[in-house]
Design a binder for this molecule. Sequence first.
Ligand code: NAP
Length: 323
Amino acid sequence: MGRRYSDDPTDNDFFYIYRVFVSPRPTVGTESKLLAIDVMSTIPLTFQSTLRLSSGNDIPRFGFGVAFGFGKDEDVEAVSKPSALEALKVGYRHIDTAQKYRNEALVGEAIKESGVKREDIFITSKVPADFDGSTFTAVDDSLKAMGLDYLDLYLIHNPTEGTEDRLRMWKGLLEAKQVGKTRSVGVSNYNVHHLEEIKSAGLELPSINQIELHPLCQQRPIVDFCNANGIVVQAYCPIIQGHMDQPVITSMAKKHGRDPAHILLRWSLQRGFLPLIRSTNPARILSNTQIYDFELSGEEVADLSALDKGGEGAIAWNPINVL
Ligand SMILES: NC(=O)c1ccc[n+]([C@@H]2O[C@H](COP(=O)([O-])OP(=O)(O)OC[C@H]3O[C@@H](n4cnc5c(N)ncnc54)[C@H](OP(=O)(O)O)[C@@H]3O)[C@@H](O)[C@H]2O)c1
């Protein structure tokens, strides 16, 4: 009854997740134990591990997000470039920005100054749903701002403008991919009905859905749909924006002699998600990468998975419920 979930032979580092489907769905009292067999071994997972997307391109599993200044008093102009540079210096090769973050140009400068080859960095940007114009040209705007020839991934940031606009925007992105402006395309904050809409229109499905995802907010129906349809799930707010003072998390951190952030990042990776972490603090930018020399047990993964509060557990905007 087990099924290898990530069985692409090109999936680097022999990173396998075994998933056992439990039917009927576990009741509350048994959830913890049953989920212990939900996700299993990760052998060995490294900072360089990648995953092959439906587009045929590889994405590093761990990414650095640069959404500074949201809900936090940060000077985006001042922190964006040094943080991105520091991230590249310590080895991150996956940067997540967006037009809304107002730092595409600064990230572009950091990439150039880092000395890391363009082809060795996976770069994502996003167009907001209320963008005034076609998504085909939105990609040009991002490329120009960043001083790049192509993006690795371009996302529709949010699903908030209704079916007609969503499909129009999605078709624009598919065209942008077709002509090589971006290698892969995807969406963000899309719920199942938004993804179904693309499927019903007979259009190619996104390679990625980027959603808020951590133990308190696990978006299970969306994750199940994505898993069943070859859509990779990127996890934003993987460390709950630093609000990690849950006894299950802190006691596990103590037991492993680790930061709570390490526990949450391991949970995300071991569940097969692609976490995007943000920090302006050089010590944390480095420390957040030091997660490959320990592993959570299946039971620990289950204990964290049992913290799910659904939508109530969201810490960011999480606009998945719009029609
Ligand atoms: N698509 C979307 O709608 C969407 C929405 C939100 C986020 N995102 C993406 O996901 C990325 C990450 O999400 P996020 O920034 O909201 O949340 P997050 O990464 O869960 O949390 C970032 C916060 O945690 C702090 N932090 C970092 N490392 C820490 C550590 N080891 N211990 C304690 N605190 C630590 C940071 O402060 P310091 O700077 O002081 O370290 C920052 O305040 C964003 O940058 C963005 O790329 C996408």
